[in-house]
Ligand binder design. Structure first.
Ligand code: ZN
Length: 681
């Protein structure tokens, strides 16, 4: 990425915060509740924020059931087998609720009629807020009835089949997940019927002033797949590009995993900046769809969720594996295709983000269910993706892909746990993977590994190296990649580390000079101190960071203070500039001469050459001799300092950055210091 793309990068940062990690909408816990069918008719008037519905629920082979509908709706009729169905006595503030005792019959028909007001759409909400609001909203710009808003009567905890017939006023179009079986449009309005013939976790409904574009493709098993975009008019020109990309992703994953499970896929635009993946569709914000990189990244992730998440369901009680596997086979796979250097950079980002977690933010992978904040993403998405990466390293790509294909064949539309995945990988590979899965799923944290020493001696055949590795407790079972350097080049060996300390003896052809521990970052592990180059965010997010402001007073002091609070997302802990530096991370902000003098006064490395004579402002990290990181922000005057307040907080992943005004003219990360040990003779 070159420097002229500053604005682009900023959007991407913003995007990473809100939706790069999509959410697969789903019920929290699911039990099979016999054979259940919903036949729903719903009429929505977005301008009037109102809806009216009728649902016929057919239940076969049932056990005791609870039926609920959102309290905001008025129930106009409730019948069971044609007789009035009385609400249950428990009064919930959120739901109408009916208990249906299993003794009644083994098969019956329930009919509910309801109507009510929908909340007006609030386009000011971001993705997080939309996630936190199980509210049915409707306006001319868009209607979104999430399953969690209980907009239709549903049986608690059940997987169901459904048909939905949807009626909207003229000019509006809408959909639910599933196969489109009928669609009509006239001056009277729009009508469409959908059928979802597989066990579904719930129903989300979307509508808007959409223009629909259609394309078809032939799936791997010969069936027709309907591709559609439901786009707001202002982005309708993007439709052909999106349809093309969807086609490419379906082809990719059909050849990699197995046939696409549905007969359609739609990309649907939302007036709010959401990012949802549902079976047969993805619901993405209009402004998100406009971003040029979405087609190359997030769209593929969403398409893949039709296999992982909406094709095979995670067993949420035992942890959600679907985000990790989707991240590995989409986001990570695309990066790997770009280059192995880019893939390593992504793994480094994962490890570094993990290292920056506060101890109380880390949790075992098995406890991850869905993403609620950035910290759970670091475990639930990244650590899980790295588990699949390590598994592929262990089994080899061919075996890994065969296991993935077997997984798809055996678990399609079934609720599936991490343990089910383990069993399938064991069956295909005929390896015992118990310790691998247990150590990565049930423990928080990561192994900390170091090379204790390396020595060599000459043998008749060549050379022999004795290499001692150490890991912190609790010990992990690891295949540690070690690179051995000699005058003739490099070779990689994998050492089976199983104890706290172990010495390995290896025969070599050439005299070893240096050994390097996992330079390619193929293990999920704690980075050693100094191994990862310090980045600005380490200082920004650390709750222990203290701030030193070198301007003494006036406007420039207040600008520095504002910048410090924006960088840290909190009121900065300001300490006097003259003090002895405490042993905690420090953010220091000042004018150019003040910064240079302060660095000399505290015996710290001078301004690095790469930022020395460039731009109107610079920021960089440095590591003190005691290993503690500092972030330095230097500006030539008040205006240059003020110009940093908006952009600088978005560049936490950089080690250094140079601005001319608010424009980035150079940036980068300091090189990694991999663990290298000289071999003793
Ligand atoms: Zn996802």
């Amino acid at each position: 990425m070159n420097n002229s793309m500053t604005g682009w990068h900023l959007f991407r940062c913003l995007f990473a915060m809100v939706i790069a990690f999509c959410v697969v909408t789903s019920a929290a816990a699911i039990n099979r509740a016999g054979d259940i069918d919903y036949d729903i008719n719903v009429r929505i008037d977005p301008a009037a924020h109102s809806m009216e519905g009728r649902s016929v629920i057919t239940v076969k082979n049932a056990t005791e059931l609870r039926l609920i509908l959102g309290r905001r709706f008025e129930v106009t009729q409730a019948l069971i087998e044609g007789k009035p169905l009385e609400p249950s006595s428990d009064t919930s503030p959120h739901y109408h609720s009916w208990h249906i005792p299993f003794s009644l019959s083994t098969s019956y028909r329930i009919e509910i009629h309801w109507r009510g007001e929908l909340s007006p759409l609030d386009t000011a909400l971001d993705h997080q807020q939309t996630l936190g609001r199980p509210v049915a909203v409707s306006s001319d710009e868009g209607t979104y009835l999430p399953n969690s808003s209980s907009w239709y009567p549903s049986i608690v905890g059940a997987l169901v089949h459904y048909r939905v017939n949807l009626e909207l006023p003229s000019g509006q179009r809408g959909l639910v997940a599933g196969r489109l079986i009928k669609e009509t449009e006239s001056t009277q309005g729009y009508q469409a019927s959908f059928e979802f013939p597989f066990p579904a976790e719930g129903i989300d409904l979307m509508a808007g002033p959409y223009r629909i574009e259609t394309d078809t493709m032939q799936g791997a098993n010969g069936k027709q797949i309907q591709l559609r975009t439901y786009f707001h008019p202002e982005i309708s020109q993007l439709a052909p590009g999106y349809l093309d990309s969807v086609k490419g992703y379906v082809e990719l994953y059909e050849s990699w995993i197995g046939d696409y499970p549905f007969t359609e896929f739609s990309v649907v635009s939302s007036p709010t900046p959401t990012g949802f993946g549902m079976p047969t569709l993805t619901y993405l914000g209009v402004d998100v769809l406009r971003l040029p990189f979405i087609r190359a990244t997030s769209l593929g992730h969403e398409v893949l969720h039709n296999w992982w998440g909406n094709g095979v369901y995670p067993d949420y009680r035992k942890g959600n594996w679907s985000e990790g596997l989707t991240t590995f086979m989409a986001d990570y796979a695309y990066t790997e295709r770009e280059s192995s250097a880019a893939a390593r950079e992504m793994r480094l980002g994962w490890l570094r983000d993990f290292a920056a977690l506060a101890p109380d933010q880390d949790a075992p992978l098995s406890s991850f269910t869905s993403r609620t904040h950035a910290a759970t993403k670091i475990v639930g998405y990244n650590k899980a993706a790295m588990l699949f990466f390590m598994l592929r390293d262990q089994l080899g790509e061919e075996m890994f892909d065969r296991a993935i294909q077997a997984f798809w064949t055996m678990r399609r539309f079934k609720i599936t746990s991490w343990q089910d995945i383990q069993r399938i990988f064991e069956m295909v590979s005929t390896q015992d993977l118990n310790s691998v899965f247990n150590q990565w799923l049930d423990r928080a944290g990561a192994p900390a590994i170091r090379i204790v020493e390396a020595s060599q001696r000459q043998t008749q055949a060549g050379h022999q190296i004795a290499l001692t590795l150490e890991q912190a407790t609790p010990v992990y079972q690891l295949q540690v990649p070690i690179v051995i350097r000699s005058a003739a080049g490099e070779e990689t060996r994998h050492l089976a580390l199983q104890h706290e300390q172990q010495t390995f003896t290896l025969d070599l052809k050439h005299q070893p000079l240096e050994v390097v521990l996992d330079p390619d970052l193929r293990l999920f592990r704690q980075l050693a101190p100094g191994e990862a180059p310090p980045i600005l965010r380490e200082v920004m997010v650390n709750q222990a960071t203290a701030t030193i402001l070198l301007p003494e007073q006036g406007e420039i002091y207040h600008l520095a203070e504002t910048l410090a609070s924006k960088l840290q997302h909190r009121t900065p802990e300001i300490i006097p500039a003259a003090n002895q530096l405490p042993a905690i991370p420090i953010l220091v902000i000042g004018l150019r001469q003040q910064i240079d003098a302060w660095l000399i006064e505290h015996n710290l490395p001078a301004r690095p050459d790469i930022v020395a004579d460039k731009g109107s402002a610079q920021a960089w990290t440095l590591t003190r001799v005691d290993g503690i990181t500092l972030a330095v922000v230097s500006a030539q005057d008040a205006a240059s300092l003020a110009a940093l307040i908006r952009p600088l907080p978005h560049y936490g992943r950089q080690s250094y950055i140079v601005f001319e005004g608010a424009k980035v003219i150079d940036r980068g990360a300091w090189p990694m210091q991999v663990q290298t040990v000289t071999v003793k003779r």
